[in-house]
Design a protein around this ligand. Structure first.
Ligand SMILES: [Zn+2]
Length: 172
């Protein structure tokens, strides 16, 4: 059992550290009870998280949702929007974001108005072993974002929060 653990961790660490810029961005959010990753810094007048990002020595102002999408998925096609499934403009959890047109965005708003979707609890029944839980706790304490851990262990980010005890790291 111990052997398997060590092997797995060696595989995980390089994956987790592959993009430090992304990790730094993720660490500027916190997970709320709905599983939204809430931007803790500046927001624009519509409530969207804003930040600056330097690439090729050019500093640009970005909407956080567009920046995280671009870092993970590549450039956003022209005239496309990053829409929220959760209707929280400060949320930059990629699981809550989707690429859409202006039309999709208003259609989505309309559907949600009629039946509100429960996102946060979606995936919290999972098949983690106790050694998985220990590994998650350890990596989280080392500063690996819950979102990253959630992706790797195929669980919802709110589950990671729950494993850690939600009050314990509410300061970050
Ligand atoms: Zn959200």
């Amino acid at each position: 059992m111990k052997k398997r653990n060590r092997k797995r961790r060696n595989i995980l660490v390089p994956i987790l550290y592959k993009d430090r810029r992304l990790m730094e961005l993720l660490l500027r959010g916190y997970l709320n009870d709905e599983g939204c990753l809430i931007w803790r810094k500046n927001a624009d007048k519509n409530g969207y998280g804003m930040t600056t990002f330097t690439e090729n020595k050019i500093k640009k102002s970005w909407r956080v949702t567009r920046l995280i999408w671009t870092l993970v998925n590549g450039p956003i096609p022209e005239n496309m929007l990053i829409c929220h499934r959760c209707d929280n403009p400060k949320c930059f959890n990629l699981d809550h974001l989707f690429l859409g047109t202006h039309q999709d965005n208003s259609l989505d708003r309309e559907i949600k108005g009629r039946s509100r979707v429960q996102i946060g609890e979606k995936n919290h029944q999972s098949k983690l072993t106790s050694s998985d839980v220990l590994l998650i706790r350890k990596l989280r304490n080392e500063g690996i974002p819950a979102k990253e851990l959630a992706n790797i262990f195929k669980i919802h980010p709110s589950h990671v929060t729950r494993l850690m005890g939600s009050t314990r790291w509410s300061h970050i």
